[in-house]
Design a protein around this ligand. Structure first.
Ligand code: ADP
Ligand code: MG
Length: 317
């Protein structure tokens, strides 16, 4: 199958919102009148961001999910996306389920695949998402203030537990492995929560590189510090049954959670809980923003430790 047949068969559909979708040199679309465009790209490279063992359907889902997660973190409503794809071969047994997983998630948000590029090469997917948000309402990393409560959605650490199994450092039974593997391979973008937190959250970020590292970005951008409580970090029963050290590293440093980390004034606690309920996702208070720079962790024994707000870095020595 040739390049254009592949695009036609697996990546072109009539657009729902855009004026012009796949097939011309550019796509044409506009946000609703008076709204700002929110734009974000994420590149997924085999062996770096996903393992060759991932089912293509899940890979398609995840490539879009991690991009939508960035829109969620900004409180933006998704509109559409482009897909740049490098494929070793035009293998239909791979591309068909890949496009199925990708477009199934797109359908859930009624967003358009606007266009892209397809080339032969080592397997990689780069998606750019477009969303809209009213001016002044985007959730940013820079809005955290001393005294604000620190919140997180969902549960942390299961994706890292799956990675530990893949790396041969941990063994889990079949059902347990499936549970954590699903967390790693099929993250759910928290779009509804991001939208519900507009006007309530003072800052937000999505967790892709581990809690401490991503929290560090918020603290730097907001020029504040924080104290978090290890025992408060939400985790699955499966993770809670693991040795303390493993729990701690999965919760604090595990990547690929794609939950939202956000702050809000304590007076808005009821609104935050209501936003979580409306979005159908648990939200948990895990600590507090403080004026003193740096990151402090209240451990399970009630000791206060200073920790480095360091996350995953592709180029770290
Ligand atoms: P050009 O060479 O002008 O950049 P291409 O020949 O690469 O255009 O692509 C033809 C059309 O197919 C364009 O509309 C482009 O946006 C679309 N397209 C290419 N690859 C993809 C893809 N992976 N997913 C969606 N649309 C794609
Ligand atoms: Mg091209």
């Amino acid at each position: 199958m040739g390049e254009f047949e592949l695009i036609e068969r697996y990546f072109s559909r009539p657009p729902r919102r855009a004026a012009l979708g796949v097939g011309d040199d550019c796509a044409l679309f506009a946000p609703a009148a008076g709204q700002q465009l929110a734009v974000s790209s994420d590149l997924l490279v085999e062996g770096r961001h996903f393992l060759s063992t991932v089912a293509p359907e899940r890979l398609g889902h995840k490539a879009l999910a991690v991009n939508l997660s960035d829109l969620a973190a900004c409180g933006a409503e998704p509109l559409g996306f482009t897909l740049a794809l490098a494929l070793p071969r035009a293998d239909e047994a791979f591309v068909a389920p890949l496009s199925q997983g990708l477009l199934a998630l797109a359908d859930r948000y009624a967003i358009d695949l606007l266009g892209g590029d397809t080339t032969a090469g080592p397997l990689a997917l780069c998606i750019t998402v477009f969303g809209q948000v009213p001016p002044g309402q985007a959730l940013l990393r820079s809005g955290a203030r001393a005294g604000h409560t620190l919140w997180v959605s969902g549960r942390l650490g299961d994706a890292r537990l799956a990675l530990e199994v893949f790396r041969g450092r941990l063994r889990l039974g079949g059902d347990d492995f499936e549970q954590v593997r699903l967390a790693m391979e099929c993250p759910e973008p928290r779009i509804a929560l991001g939208l519900a937190l507009r006007g309530i959250a003072s800052s937000a970020i999505d967790l892709s590189d581990g809690l401490l590292g991503d929290l560090g970005h918020v603290l730097r951008r907001s020029a504040v510090g924080a104290c978090i409580e290890l025992a408060a970090l939400p985790r699955s029963a499966l993770l809670a049954a693991q040795p303390d050290e493993l729990q701690r590293s999965c919760l604090l440093h595990g990547g690929d959670d794609y939950e939202l980390l956000f702050t809000a004034p304590p007076a808005l606690q009821a609104q935050v809980l209501a936003a979580g309920a409306r979005a159908g996702v648990a939200v948990t208070a895990i600590g507090r923003i403080e004026a003193e720079p740096g990151l402090r962790l209240l451990d399970a024994q009630g000791r206060l430790q200073t920790v480095q707000p360091q996350g995953f870095d592709h180029f770290a020595a």
